[in-house]
Design a protein around this ligand. Structure first.
Ligand SMILES: CC(C)(COP(=O)(O)OP(=O)(O)OC[C@H]1O[C@@H](n2cnc3c(N)ncnc32)[C@H](O)[C@@H]1OP(=O)(O)O)[C@@H](O)C(=O)NCCC(=O)NCCS
Length: 243
């Protein structure tokens, strides 16, 4: 059983009511705030357009989540996901391929289309919010394609070495790359592969690392399916302050 996804373990365990961020599903009314966050966190070539954000919400409204400041209502973080075939990473090359892959008839796998954040408490709130939903629905794995922003500099000093060496390189047990380190601390512990020409990202030389996180306790799928969602939510809330 994988207990490592960080949404089990917010940095300082505290009651949900006092968290500075609260997550909920996104709707079209959130588009202006989403666009503002998108422009802040992504370059012009990387950022989604308003139409693309609207399409993501319309296509999978149950997988479009935002975290908002409980005091000001400001959007702190957004997460868009979509279902994908369990073995999708064997057949895709680019982020576009992942986003446009045919929807599977049956799958327990999600692909993280995009995560944007201006506040780490927001990301914790997003993941904590989604955890019971994932258990109830039977989602087992979440994949995403991460930039590897340390790659360009590493390549300059290691021109002959294969890119895989960098992606899997560790220091004191943690990935060398800062963003892979970030995702490891959020529970995306499995580095599946590195894809060239994945997404425009200069410092990553356009590479993306496909990472996998396992939804904690998702091996008990029949139990979660049988329980009401309110009950699953109570269990995950209690566990997130313990682990
Ligand atoms: C990646 C992201 C979602 C993380 O948001 P967050 O949970 O609020 O966390 P922070 O941005 O504060 O980053 C946390 C730590 O991870 C590290 N990190 C994360 N992404 C990094 C990157 N691209 N380059 C260098 N360090 C990075 C930071 O060094 C930071 O460490 P610090 O606490 O010592 O400053 C956010 O930085 C973001 O929206 N980035 C731009 C878009 C992006 O890359 N999204 C993910 C695509 S898969």
């Amino acid at each position: 059983m994988d207990h490592s996804l960080h949404f089990l373990a917010p940095p300082a365990a505290r009651p949900v009511e006092t968290e500075p961020a609260r997550a909920r599903l996104l709707g079209r009314r959130d588009l202006p705030a989403l666009m503002e966050l998108e422009r802040e966190k992504w370059t012009d070539v990387q950022a989604a357009s308003e139409d693309q954000l609207r399409e993501r919400i319309d296509a999978h409204p149950e997988l479009a989540i935002g975290a908002f400041c409980t005091r000001t209502g400001r959007l702190l973080a957004s997460l868009f996901m979509r279902p994908i075939a369990d073995d999708f990473y064997r057949h895709v090359q680019t982020w576009d391929d992942c986003v446009s892959a045919p929807l599977p008839d049956q799958s327990s796998t999600l692909f993280g289309i995009s995560l944007s954040s201006r506040n780490c408490e927001g990301v914790t709130a997003l993941l904590n919010y989604f955890w019971p939903i994932a258990l109830k629905r039977g989602w087992r794995h979440i994949y995403l394609g991460s930039p590897v922003p340390g790659l360009r500099d590493w390549r300059e000093t290691h021109p002959e070495r294969p890119i895989d060496d960098y992606v899997h390189a560790t220091r004191r047990g943690m990935p060398l790359d800062p963003q892979l380190r970030y995702y490891r601390s959020r529970g995306f512990t499995k580095i599946v592969c590195a894809k060239p020409r994945y997404f425009p990202h200069e410092r990553s030389l356009d590479y993306g690392a496909i990472l996998r996180g396992t939804v904690p306790l998702s091996t008990l799928a029949p139990l979660w399916a049988a329980l009401p969602e309110s009950c699953v939510r109570r269990v995950t809330r209690a566990l997130s302050s313990l682990l």
